[in-house]
Design a protein around this ligand. Sequence first.
Ligand code: NDP
Length: 247
Amino acid sequence: MENIKKVALITGATRGIGKQIAITLAKEGYNIALNYRKENEDLENAKKEITELGVRVLAVQGDVSKYEDCERFVKEIIEKFGHIDVLVNNAGITRDCLLIRMKEEDFKQVIDTNLGGTYNVTKNVISYMMKAHSGRIINISSVVGIVGNAGQTNYSASKAGIIGFTKSLAKEVASRNILVNAIAPGFIETDMTGVLKEEIKNEIAKNIPMKRMGSAQEVAKVVKFLTSDDSSYITGQVINVDGGMVM
Ligand code: NDP
């Protein structure tokens, strides 16, 4: 083990919610294992911003929908850092379309990335956490996994699946002092929602009790809580971060 700092692995952490989670946990003193898919400017910026916070950053390449990639990068993290204390399954995609027009590929890709990716990474991390008799796993679901959304049968199924996965795993590993929870964000300002037209965003915001979109930081703060001692008796839960959108 190279040092005694705790290590957090965050998938899809080059931008959006994942990047903010990485920054927030770095501020808490975690060394960061940052998973990315493509080498680009976003990756360089994320690495630089996190390194400037005085912690170590290990960027690990891998497509979470591919089991072999996850197996390889988890091994790499263990070799370099010796342990993984926190896992945040954040990487996710949308391929929105009404079911009548949805191609099999669009359904499969979303399930394989969002739900399959959560399995692929967690499966490779869990044995280390079980040996350590400690760990925190936070899975990023969505309110759409709870209430559904027209045009998102693929995404909604993947996010509902993450909730089932979270609760089942929480029951399996609670006695090993590993806490597994999910966060269900509502409508958060990132590239994912940035593709929507301004008038559509305003229309959605109007129907949110708090009348605004949320920020990536507001999601990251809940991740911070779920990794802290303050949440030591919470497992198998889904916490909505949605300005009251779903209640
Ligand atoms: P963004 O599209 O802004 O970022 C997604 C991140 O995931 C990127 O870093 C992307 O990498 C990465 N990623 C995508 N596919 C893979 C893959 N196969 N392997 C590794 N990394 C991958 O999304 P958000 O930050 O908005 O979303 C983060 C999570 O929060 C997702 O799970 C999303 O479903 C969820 N969420 C978001 C909401 C919102 O309103 N924004 C609401 C509810 C849930 P790359 O740069 O290579 O594409």
